[in-house]
Design a protein. Sequence first.
Length: 252
Amino acid sequence: MDLNLKGRVAVITGAGAGIGEAVAGALASEGCSVWLADRGRAAATNAAAALSSCGHAATALVLDVADAESVVAAFAEVEKAAGRLDILVNAAGLLSTGPFADLPASEWDRIARVNVAGIINCVKAAMPAATRQRAGRIVNIASVSAMRGGGSIGNTIYAATKASVVALTMGLARELGPLGITVNAVAPAVADTAMTHAALTEETRHSILARIPLGRLAALSDIADLVTFLASDRAAFITGAVIPVDGGILTT
C-alpha cells in the first residue's frame, strides 16, 4: 500500500534512539523528509547520519522538549529550511519506576515536564504551520500503563503522565479537527528498547512475557509501522484514537 508520504516533512522527538529513531526510519523509508529531534546532539546526529547514508532525507535537530523556547527555535529552523511541516510525532519520554511511597515529591515534575509539557510545547510550536496548511498529522506515544494505572515497568506516576497524553490526544483531536489536523496516539506495552532492557531483570522479563498472549515484547517496527500509517492520508478519517500495540496484554 502506497501511503503517499513522499515529500512530506516530519519532526520526530526523542529520535536519537528507541521508538523515536524507529519511527524516523519508517517515515524516511516512505519518502518523508525527517527531522530527528533529540536533546542529545550526538544521538540526533548519529541517527540522522545513519538514515542519510541510506539515501534518505534526514536532518538532526537539537532541542529539549521541556524547554518551550528551545522548541520554538527548533521548529522555526525546520520551517525556514523546509518551508512546511506536515507530521509531528511526539516520541520523547522519560520512564519512572519504583513504588509510589519511595518516590520524592519532585518525581512528578521530572517526568511530566517531558511526557506531558513536552507534547504541549511541540504541538503549540507546530500549530502555526499546520494551521496555514489546513492539514497536519500529530501522533503521540502513550502507553498501556495509562489504562492500567501503571505497567509492567512504569509506575503510578509514569502512568499518570501517559493518561495525560491520552487526554491531550482526545482534546486536541476535537479542537484541531476543524483545521484539518488529526491527532492520534499509539499505546505500546513493553517494547524491546535499550530503556526497557535497563529496567528489566530476567525474572521480570519472563513474568511480562507470560502475560502477553502473543508471547513477545513489542518490536520497534510494530510501533513505527502503526505511527507511519496514522501519519498518512490513508488514516485521514481517524482522529482522537488511542491504539494499543501490546500483544493483547490489556485482555489479560
